[in-house]
Design a protein around this ligand. Structure first.
Ligand SMILES: *Cc1c(COP(=O)(O)O)cnc(C)c1O
Length: 489
């Protein structure tokens, strides 16, 4: 390989670091429950939620933070959050049932996403707020309410296709949400169905990292609310959706160096960093770099609650350049947010056992096979490049210095594409069969979003862990309740 190891070390919070510094305990868990194994830390999500609430507090804003449940199916995380005053955003019938069963009262639940009739019915019957995606959905809901004589349902209108004042049209197209230019027609409908639905707010969810784009959307929502009020409707919430992001990496320099070297590798000015010269979206066309890097910006200090803060302080050109938070406060609007990934920051890790380490005869990275499938550790699927941590089974003999190793990580399916990483991963020590690799910070989307039973391989178990009297305790995820009886706190 040559050259310095290109590390991408994960950023580790206090709890996650402490868990990972308990190798004997982690091996005990994986021996008992199998590999792969997801470990979730429910208490961490409370800290993350408090971070969002303090951003609200700093801007004197009221409202609600709804956890986007789809990012992790954990019962423990949901139940822990139910014990706070957070809300939850559910995107399917099953998620709604689980939220209700975990202790969320209906006024803390928002139903979003594509909805089948059963989901819509339970949402309406259970009096949760329904995020309306399109006029067709509004119609469907109103008919349902009338047909089954249900109480009037609170709705929140999801909008899309915002334009920046006068200038550039937003390029990002969304399959979801009603275009703002159709607002008048939808409001007509809402007035027509006034017996069945009650408009409580408007919002958006944009899958982008761009604060400017989101600020344009938020400003568009403020203008939409003005239009509502001019017609005598009284919605008072603005929902800024999710997408606040996570800062995955510990070191900015490592990230910058890695992406620079990746560009070099694609252009052929340095040896490849990936299997088959995969460029993560970049390609070399006759010596010119083409394509776009399809990677998550893994080092991003302004993520989570800090990103929300940045959005709220952004100026609104069509309101005299005043900060968005000031405008929300002036009208006493409620701010809603639906973070998924950001609330799950530092909330878990995925363990996978090393089954085999092969030394290729032609040199190159060691071929390391794990007792896990690529779908069980979906970091690559989400474009997150981050090194796992070697959790050795046996402590190295003292005085035996660890040698760095370059490895390629494979899953356990007999499928060429079952690659845990397409890239060569540099580890500070050579993994041995029986060791565990711990993939840090996998709770957001990387645990169960893509889980399959392919080849009859086991679906990873999930355990919840918490600290009690200085030591770590655990139970199966589904056994966790946030009370002290039976172990959990
Ligand atoms: C997925 C989703 C979210 C959460 O997005 P994150 O990027 O995980 O914060 C919020 N709202 C809606 C409508 C979603 O579909």
């Amino acid at each position: 390989m040559g050259g310095q190891p290109l590390y991408l070390e994960p950023r580790l919070g206090r709890r996650l670091r402490s868990v990972l510094e308990s190798p004997g305990w982690l091996h005990m868990l994986a021996d008992a429950l199998g590999s792969p194994l997801h470990v979730v830390i429910p208490d961490q999500i409370v800290e993350n939620f408090d971070g969002f609430r303090s951003t609200y507090g700093r801007h004197h804003l009221s409202g609600q933070v709804f956890f986007a449940h789809k990012a992790n199916r954990s019962s423990a995380v949901l139940r822990r959050l139910a014990a706070t005053d957070a809300g939850v955003d559910v995107a399917s019938l099953g998620e709604l049932q689980r939220a209700l069963g975990s202790g969320f009262a209906p006024d803390r639940i928002m139903a979003t996403g594509p909805k089948n009739p059963e989901f819509l019915w339970l949402a309406a019957r259970g009096a949760v707020t329904v995020g309306i995606d399109a006029p067709e959905e509004l119609e469907q809901l109103a008919v349902l309410v009338r047909t089954y004589s249900l109480p009037r349902v609170r709705i929140l209108l999801r909008l899309s296709g915002f334009e920046a004042a006068g200038v550039r049209v937003l390029s990002r197209r969304s399959r979801f949400g009603t275009p703002v230019r159709e607002l008048a027609a939808v409001l007509d409908m809402i007035e027509r169905y006034a017996d069945a639905v009650d408009l409580t707010g408007v919002g958006y969810h944009l899958d982008t990292t761009s604060v400017t784009e989101k600020a344009t959307a938020l400003e568009g929502c403020l203008r939409a609310l003005e239009e509502c009020r001019s017609r005598g409707l009284r919605p008072r919430a603005v929902d800024v959706g999710g997408g606040f992001g996570v800062n995955y990496l510990a070191d900015r320099g490592q990230w910058e160096r890695y992406t620079t070297e990746l560009t070099g590798a694609v252009l052929g000015t340095r040896p490849p960093l990936t299997r088959g010269g995969h460029g993560y979206g970049l390609r070399n066309e006759g010596g010119t770099l083409r394509g776009t890097l399809g990677l998550y910006p893994a080092h991003r200090p302004a993520a989570g609650a800090r990103y929300l803060d940045e959005l709220l302080t952004h100026p609104a050109p069509s309101f005299g350049g005043r900060p968005l938070a000031e405008l929300l406060l002036e009208h006493l609007y409620d701010l809603y947010a639906e973070p998924g990934r950001a609330l799950l920051d530092q909330c878990g890790t995925t363990l996978a056992k090393v089954l085999e380490v092969r030394t290729p005869r032609d040199g190159g990275p060691l071929l390391v096979r794990l007792a896990a499938k690529a779908d069980d550790v979906a970091l690559e699927e989400h474009g997150v490049l981050m090194d796992p941590i070697v959790v050795p089974r046996h402590a190295a003999p003292s005085g035996d210095p660890a040698e760095p190793a370059a490895v390629q990580l494979f899953g356990s399916l007999c499928l060429e594409t079952d690659l845990i990483t397409r890239r060569t991963v540099h580890l500070p020590r050579r993994p041995e069969p029986g060791d565990l690799l711990a993939f840090a910070n996998t709770a957001g989307y990387c645990m169960d979003f893509h889980a399959t039973r392919a080849q009859d391989q086991p679906v990873a178990r999930k355990v919840a862990v918490w600290q009690e009297g200085g030591s770590w305790r655990w139970c199966l995820d589904d056994e966790y309740w946030p009370i002290s009886v039976g172990g959990a706190q």
